[in-house]
Design a protein around this ligand. Sequence first.
Ligand code: B12
Ligand code: SF4
Length: 433
Amino acid sequence: MKIGFLAMSGIRAHDPKLLELGLTLPGFVERSKTIASLPSLGLLYLAACTPPGHDLHYYETEADGNEPRDVYDCDLVAISTFSAQVFEAYAIADRLRLAGVKVAMGGLHVTALPAEAAQHADFVVTGEGERVWPVIVTALQPGTFAGPAVNVSELPVPRYDLLGDRPYNRFTVQTTRGCPWRCEFCASNVMLGQPYRKRPVRDVIRDIEAIRQVRAHPFIEFADDNTFVDKLWGRELCRQLAPLHLKWFTETDISVAEDETLLDLMHDAGCRQVLIGLESPAREPLWGLERHADFKARWFDRYADAVRRIQSHGVTVNGCFILGLDGHTPAIFEQVLAFARTVGLYDVQITVLTAFPGTPLYDRLLREGRILEPGRWDLCTLFDVNYRPLNMTPQELKEGMYWLTDKLYNAECTARRRAEFFTRWREEKAMAA
Ligand code: B12
Ligand code: SF4
C-alpha cells in the first residue's frame, strides 16, 4: 500500500489585531518563525511502527486546500490533529475519502473527541498510536481504537529520513512522555492518564544520531511536557548529550532551578533555552491551578530567584504566562510586564486562557456557561478569546493582550530583558573564573 502521513503545519491565530501586531514586533515574530516549521514527531513514530512492505510518504500542509496532490494517490492517509486545525483536517479527510482514500486520525484533539472524528475518518485512534497502528495497517478494519500506553524503552527511531530535504531549522525528539502535574488547563493532560515516563538516554542519543544523518547540524527541540522531573536522570542525559555539541531547547518545570549541577551540565550540553510555565506573576490565581499538589502556587515565592539562577548558568528562560485566569483582574497585564522586566526574562510567552476539549477547564467553563462559542475548536489557538473571564470582560482581556504584546516584544523591551541576561551571565562567569 502507498501510505501517507499528513501533518498540519504552521501557526494558527484569528484575532486580526494580534496578527497585525505580531507582524511588526521582532520578539514575537522570531519565536513564531522558529517553531512554525517543526515536523510532526507523532507521525514519524507511526511511520517507524508501520509493518514492512509498504511505500511510505510524509506530507505537510499549512492549510485546508494546500495539501499536496500526491496525497490523493495514497491508499491510506494518517492525519494528526490539534484542536486549532481540526476543522481543516476534517475537510481534507472528507475529500480524501470521497476520492477513495482510507483515512486514519489520531492526536490530542481526536483523543478528546473520538466520536466527532469518527464522522470524518475510517480509523480513529485515541491515546498513543505506536502499538495500535500496525494493527490498523494490517487488518484495515474500520473503527475507533484505544491506543495503549507504550513502553518508552521500546520506541523505534522516528522515520526522520522521510522528511527528505525540506528546509527544517529544528527537529523534535522526545526524552520523556507525560508530566507528574495536573494543571487544570493543560491540553497535554488528555494523554496524561499514563504515568510520567523517561526514555533510556542511549535511545535519545540514537535518535539524535538519526537526525544527524539527514541534517549535519540540527537544532533540537525536545517535544517533552516536562523534561527534568528526575534530576539524576537529567544529569545523565546531559552528560551523554555534551559530546554531540548540539544546541537544544526544552520544556520543563521551575524545579530545575534546584539543582545547580544539573544546570551546569545543561549549559555544557548545549541547552540554550528552557520554556517554563510560570502562568501568573501573582500567587493568588495559582491556587488550585495545579490540582495534584498545588505545585505552582507553592513554588511562587521562588519564581524570581529560580529564573535568575537558571539564567545565571547561561541557559535562557522563556517564561510563559496565561492571561485571564480566574484570579486575574486587568492589573495582570502591568504585573506580567513588571515581572519580565525586573527578573530579566530572556523570552516571554503570553497566551490567553484556552479551554481545550478534554481538559477539566473546558468541562468547568462549559458547566458555568462561560464558553462564548462552544465547539469553536478553531479558536483553540492560545491567542483567541473564547470564554468569559471572571474578573474582566472578554474585550478587556483582548485589549490587555494587545497592550502587553506591544510592551513586551518591542525592540527596546526585548533588548533590555536580554541585556539583563547577558550581564548576569558574564558576572557569574567572572566570579567562577
Ligand atoms: C511540536 C509542537 C507543535 C508543532 C507541531 C508540528 C506538527 N506539524 O505536528 C508546531 C510548532 C507546528 C505546533 C503548532 C501548534 N501547536 Co503545538 N505543540 C507541539 C508540542 C510542543 C509537541 C508535540 C509533539 O511532538 N508531541 C510528541 C508526539 C510523539 O506526540 P503526539 O503528537 O501526541 O502523537 C502521538 C499520539 O497523539 C498519537 N497520534 C498523533 N497523531 C496521530 C495520527 C494517527 C493516525 C494515529 C493512529 C495516532 C496519532 O500517536 C503519537 C505517538 O504516540 C506540544 C506540546 C506537547 N508537549 O505535547 C504542543 C501542542 C500540541 N500544541 C498546541 C497548540 C495549541 C498549537 C497551535 C494551535 C499554536 C498556534 N496558535 O498556532 C499550533 C497548531 C497549528 C497546527 N499546525 O496544527 C497544544 C495543542 C492542544 C490541542 N488540544 O490542540 C499543545 C499540546 C501545547 C499546549 N500544551 O497547549 N505545535
Ligand atoms: S506542568 Fe505543564 S505539562 Fe505538566 S500538567 Fe502543568 S501545564 Fe501540563
